[in-house]
Ligand binder design. Structure first.
Ligand SMILES: C[S@@+](CC[C@H](N)C(=O)[O-])C[C@H]1O[C@@H](n2cnc3c(N)ncnc32)[C@H](O)[C@@H]1O
Length: 219
């Protein structure tokens, strides 16, 4: 599956510009230079490439649950510290990082397990450091049918934003900024020269919005 993911989602060209704006703000807001960043759930490492483009001085480490994804990331980023780990149990010292990026890496985590992950992010980020989460907002889950062309079962969870907010605060992460945008192609669709045509809302439990949460650590 890692190979198909790397082929299909090679870089950030399909990311909405406003989402990448949040990533840029995250990098620019890191307090020290050179800053240390963990890409938690780094997958094939495409966001590591993007982070390095934004600031070549960043000291980046990555972690992911999937050995296949990590093997890809290692081939793209030889020399970086890229480790196999669950977001809920990271093998890094307390307060090691200035920032943690979790870009769609909580989407396979059921809501009741998010708290353990946020506590781990808070533990590895220094006081005043930043955590940026990107995930699809909504409720329910979707069983992905042959994800990336492979015959495996994969569930993607939508996360209810008030629940995420409460879980972050409970973990000691104070919300700084929230971007909550419509799914592209849902709600209103661009047609012709900028005309907007309303389209029916997605069915209950389907992807409705993308939400990015930008939080800082209080201790
Ligand atoms: C949709 S991919 C996103 C990968 C990467 N962040 C990107 O934007 O290309 C989700 C990734 O999260 C990883 N993942 C899922 N659950 C995880 C967990 N509990 N701990 C660490 N990684 C996890 C998966 O192995 C996969 O590589």
């Amino acid at each position: 599956m890692a190979g198909s993911y790397a082929e299909l989602i090679r870089d950030t060209r399909y990311e909405a510009a406003v989402d990448l704006g949040m990533v840029t703000l995250f990098v620019q807001s890191l307090a020290q230079r050179p800053a240390t960043v963990l890409d938690a759930g780094c997958g094939t490492g495409r966001m590591i490439t993007h982070l390095s483009t934004l600031d070549p001085e960043l000291v980046i480490a990555g972690s992911d649950l999937s050995p296949g994804m990590l093997a890809r990331a290692r081939s793209q980023h030889p020399g970086l510290e890229l480790v196999a780990a669950d977001n809920a149990s990271l093998p890094f010292a307390d307060e090691r990082f200035d920032g943690v990026l979790a870009w769609y890496s909580t989407i396979h985590t059921p809501p009741h397990r998010l708290g353990a992950i946020f506590e781990e992010f808070r533990r590895v980020v220094r006081p005043g450091g930043l955590v940026l989460l990107g995930f699809q907002a909504g409720t329910g889950d979707r069983r992905l049918d042959k994800p990336y062309g492979h015959d495996v079962d994969l569930v993607a969870y939508l996360h209810h934003t008030p629940y995420v907010r409460d879980a972050l605060i409970h973990s000691g992460l104070a919300p700084v900024a929230v971007l909550d945008r419509s799914a592209r192609g849902g709600g209103a669709r661009r047609r012709g020269r900028g005309a907007l045509r309303p389209v029916p809302p997605p069915p209950q439990g389907r992807c409705s919005r993308l939400e990015l949460r930008f939080s800082t650590v209080w201790k």
